[in-house]
Each structure stands twice: as C-alpha cells, then as structure tokens.
Ligand binder design. Structure first.
Ligand SMILES: C[S@@+](CC[C@H](N)C(=O)[O-])C[C@H]1O[C@@H](n2cnc3c(N)ncnc32)[C@H](O)[C@@H]1O
Length: 292
C-alpha cells in the first residue's frame, strides 16, 4: 500500500478508459507460472467442466474471460468449438500466440478470438451470437474484476444481462467467484487454487477495504517464485496486484436469479462439490440453465 493513496492496481495500469488491470503486462507475463502446467489442470476441474458440458449436450462455447486462453485451449483439446473474448490485449496476446502455433490443428484453425468488453458484449460480438451459445463460461474469479463504480451494482448487472443474451434457450452459464464471505470475515485468501496446479505460488496477501462499513474492494498481491535464482541462490519473486469486488454469495445468487428469471435452474457448487458436502470452499461456481 502506498503511504497516502490506496492503490488497487499495479503501477503503470491506466485508471481511465476500459479499466484493464492487466494492462501493464505483469500478470500476463507470469500467468503461465501462476497457473502451472496447462496440461495438468486439476483433474477435478477438467472432469467437472468437461463432464457437465458433455452431459448437457453443449458443443459451442463462449469463454468471456479467456485471458491467456487456458480454459479455451483445454476445451478445444476436448473437442468443443470455442469463441474466446477478453478486454485485455496483454492477456489476449498469449491466446493469439497459441492459436498461431497450433494453426495446423483444425480446432485451433477455427478458434475465434476477439477483444470485447462485458459491458458491451452483446453488440461487440453480435455477429457471432446467432441462436446463442450452448454455454457461456466466466471462470477463474474473473467476474469479480468488474468494480461497482456507481455503488448500485448496475454495471455488474449489465454484464450479466449481456452474458444471458449470449446463452441459447436451455443453454448454460458457468460463472464463479472466490468465497468472499470467508475473505471478508477472516481477511485471508487461501492460496490453494482449485483450477491450477502451480508449484510457484507462494502467497496471496489480501487487503479488504471497507467504505462506510461495507466491504468495497479486495486487493490481492500475488507472490510467485520463479525458478531463475540470482548469484546468492535467492529465488526471484514476482508480484502483481489485482483488485476485486467482494461478491457475497446470497447477493450474487439473487442477482443471477433476477437476470435469468425464476424459471432458470440454478445450482451452486463449492470447489466443484455440492454445498452440503464442503465447509469454507475457496470458490463458488454457479451453474445456470436458461429456460427453454
Ligand atoms: C483472472 S483472469 C482469468 C483468465 C482465465 N479464465 C483463467 O482462468 O486463467 C480474468 C480475465 O478477465 C478479463 N476481464 C476483466 N474484466 C473484463 C471485462 N469487463 N470485459 C472482458 N474481459 C474482462 C481480464 O482481462 C482477464 O484476462
């Protein structure tokens, strides 16, 4: 924390325009270390996501927070057709590179990657929506990046409305967030991640900013140890800071119910398990099935 100003981004990230927290390229650069070997995604995650999409007959998937492309690549390799979007060109650069390197594989040749923003998503990709996607995914604690600028969650609602518009009737939205109830209550973020197998993750230093008694922003300083050691054999530690809106589970659940209407099926998992089988999960994963 700076002595006078509370910083919610790494230095160098613009505060105006589209608030791309990844714009300084710091997180993008070490993301592959943060997530570990992309071929070794946690088996629970792969089984959960791929199993659910197959069980529900999903084939055409929209990844609205593709970042460097980790989830999208996993789905392409599993035989799904994928459209990937993200607002950060620094992150997309790595997804575009993977597509180029594997362009001789038909699935990668057909992989569509576009820069788009959740607030304008339905119009940004109107040419790609057609009858709607079989599933829209927004995973890896991505949605919490959207701040609450007007203090009434209107932008978050707008983004969710846009996600809903991209799902075909009967299709799915999979969206997750960290367990912010736990983070608000304890001030801690468990460093274990249910998505990635990284051996490099050292710590996540967490700060919770309360304004008028309400939790407004959570910042996380990620400490990642890279293998290159200096001459004194001290590991090089990389840091990047990201900030999040702390979604309370019940509030987020109700916002989704309102947007998808009461006819939609809504199941919430904790770290991929039914909620009654897990105490203090790290992540909540919401699965919504839009009404037919
Ligand atoms: C935590 S990364 C996750 C990437 C990937 N799903 C993963 O698990 O590795 C979150 C991504 O959400 C993107 N993002 C944040 N706000 C966005 C917005 N308003 N529109 C589009 N993408 C956004 C960021 O640029 C970033 O690449």
């Amino acid at each position: 924390m700076d002595s006078t100003v509370f910083r919610t981004r790494s230095h160098g990230t613009p505060a105006e325009g589209v608030k791309d927290q990844y714009a300084d390229g710091k997180a993008a650069k070490v993301w592959e270390f943060f997530i570990g070997d992309i071929k070794q995604r946690t088996q629970n995650y792969r089984d959960f996501l791929v199993g659910l999409l197959r069980q529900k007959g999903c084939h055409r998937i929209l990844d609205v927070a593709c970042g460097t492309g980790v989830d999208s690549v996993m789905l392409l390799e599993e035989g799904f057709e994928v459209v990937s979007i993200d607002a950060s060109d620094k992150m997309l650069k790595y997804a575009l590179k993977s597509r180029w390197e594997r362009r001789k594989e038909p699935a990668f040749d057909k992989w569509i990657i576009e820069e788009a923003n959740w607030l304008t998503l339905a119009s940004d990709i109107s040419h790609l929506i057609g009858e709607g996607f079989d599933a829209v995914i927004c995973l890896g604690n991505s949605f919490a990046h959207m701040p609450d600028t007007f203090d009434d969650q209107r932008e978050q609602r707008q983004a969710l409305v846009n996600f809903e518009r991209c799902v075909r009737p009967g299709g799915l939205l999979l969206i997750d967030h960290r367990n912010y109830d736990y983070i608000i209550n304890t001030g801690q973020t468990p460093p274990k991640c249910i998505y990635y197998n990284s051996e490099h993750m050292m710590d996540i230093k967490t700060s919770v900013l309360f304004v008028s008694g309400k939790p407004k922003i959570v910042t996380m300083d990620y400490m990642i140890a890279l293998d290159n050691r200096n001459k004194n054999n001290i590991e090089h530690v990389n840091e990047f800071r990201l900030s999040y809106y702390p979604h309370r589970l019940t509030v987020f659940r109700d916002m989704l119910t309102e947007i998808f209407s009461h006819g939609a099926k809504h199941i919430i998992y904790g770290d991929f398990k039914p909620l009654n089988q897990i105490k203090d999960p790290g992540f909540y994963i919401h699965v919504l099935q839009k009404q037919l």
